[in-house]
Design a protein around this ligand. Sequence first.
Ligand code: HSE
Length: 434
Amino acid sequence: MKPVKVGICGLGTVGGGTFNVLQRNAVEIARRAGRDIEVAQIAARHLNPACSLGATPVTDDVFEVVNNPEIDIVIELIGGYGVAREVVLQAIANGKHVVTANKALIAVHGNEIFAAASEKGVMVAFEASVAGGIPIIKAVREGLAANQIDWVAGIINGTGNFILTEMRDKGRTFDDVLAEAQALGYAEADPTFDVEGIDAAHKLTILASIAFGIPLQFDKAYTEGISKLTTADVRYAEAFGYRIKHLGIARRTSDGVELRVHPTLIPADRLIANVNGVMNAVMVNGDAVGSTLYYGAGAGAEATASSIVADIIDVVRTLTTDPNNRVPHLAFQAHSLSDLPVLPMGEVETAYYLRIQAKDRPGVLAKVASILSERGINIESILQKEAEEQDGLVPIIIMTHRVLEQKMNDAIDALEALDDIAGPLMRIRVEQLN
Ligand code: HSE
């Protein structure tokens, strides 16, 4: 049989890794796919010194690849929403299958892209868009297809996890660790995407859609970053038996879907609490299977290429199948997506960690307790530390039982209005993940 021809758009870290894995493992890949896979053309602005391209044709015009009649599958590794969207839509219009690692593109324009792909009977595969080398899309979309999925919780940004790990293990400051993460090459081009949770929200949006069968709704995701966390919070969390992780959480409730990315205290003895450095992990809870955990490299040249090449093999295996009977893009048949709403954050219920910087006067703790009790907020435990030398303020750390976010917002407003409380207080949500 003739080889399947692929065109790679983008030869950066991930594009280079994909080329190299396709070359190195060509024989094994052909044994799995049933056909040889040939890189017929590459679009790149710069050559990648990690790749020996041999006679593979290279162009600096991505649309040459997209419009190349020889090419069956376009691999989009450009990133971003601009040219990448045009490349993907043009490839689909030309009747080509697409493999992409672009989480931002899928989270924001995925509904449009999948509709165009279904219309043309082509596949858009995007395993590498979430958690790099972990085959989490396949696990949720196919491996757990029997289940009603109740929740998904993941460490899905390696840069953020590296920062939190270093802050906890070495007491390093946020800025210091971020600079190292950038130098290691894990951070997004704009590192605020990592530390403010946007990258994780892209990935969570995709996970929620395939878990619950809802359209992609990135604009409704609640996103809070890690840039305000202090090493003191990390220490206090430890004192209560918790770790702080930057989690993406998607949960189905009877009223709708929670879709939120924020720093979260989780019990230190959970496996996921012990996922350190740049590693990613995703927990998925299904009604039949219970809790499952997927762990691995969330970024990196060949780890991400592992997912991209698996997608290429998947596409090749199904080239001859009826387009209406392939695995649906969002796990559920396109006409069966649900209109379950994404809940506003005020309607989400969690437990909380609060750190209050209070003046050292009699009665402050009583006022704090009464503000919480007036709103039905139940304190689970409380810790008051000695005054800090420089400002004379006393840190009070409170763990609460679960309460609606809107009630907690109201309590925080009242607490911050007290004369005895200095500055904004720190609020971190707490999840048991059981
Ligand atoms: N910037 C991302 C991370 C890369 O740190 O996880 C993988 O999407």
